[in-house]
Design a protein. Structure first.
Length: 150
């Protein structure tokens, strides 16, 4: 069991540290631009950092849910690679957005595509598992036989 999820756990811890890093950047920006809570408006440079962190947080639960679903039901390796790519995309999204709204777009599209891949792996993994548990059909084994791979 442990070896089937330990890499997913490592990616999850890294993702949490990245969220903490984004939050720290908002704290520094509040000091730099003198924007005290609960105010969330200020110079555009502050608002971009604030929105970048808020947007990354908004997608964090969806990301973690599909990272684990696809990792447990489909493949830990592929899921973890996608997880790292997503975090890489979000890092560039955050820093791109901090510079200019336009610069957030390329990394945003990249992260969104990686998230679709994780959703696809999740759907496939859960579907195959469902067929095994409730229909006693192992579609991967069936596919292997049909292709003469066994
Ligand atoms: C919602 C639910 C599931 C999405 C891709 C994949 C799955 C995103 C849209 C963002 C932002 C940031 C900004 C990481 C067309 C379907 C999804 C999903 C969205 N998409 N937006 C936006 C707010 O700076 O504008 O972070 N992230 C997404 O995915 C694409 C959407």
């Amino acid at each position: 069991m442990e070896e089937q999820v330990v890499v997913l756990a490592a990616v999850t811890v890294l993702a949490v540290l990245q969220q903490a890093y984004f939050s720290l950047q908002v704290i520094y920006a509040r000091r730099k631009f003198s924007v005290s809570p609960p105010v969330v408006t200020g110079p555009p440079a502050f608002e971009r950092i604030f929105r970048a962190q808020a947007n990354c947080s908004e997608y964090f639960p969806i990301f973690i849910a599909v990272l684990w679903t696809s990792g447990v039901f489909f493949s830990q390796g592929l899921s973890s690679v996608c997880g790292l790519l997503y975090l890489y995309g979000r890092f560039h999204y955050f820093h791109g957005y901090s510079e200019a709204a336009q610069q957030r777009l390329a990394p945003l599209y990249f992260s969104a595509r990686v998230l679709w891949v994780l959703i696809g792996f999740s759907v496939l993994g859960v579907f195959l598992s469902f067929c095994r548990v409730y229909l006693q059909v192992d579609l991967l084994t069936e596919l292997g036989s049909a292709l003469g791979l066994d």
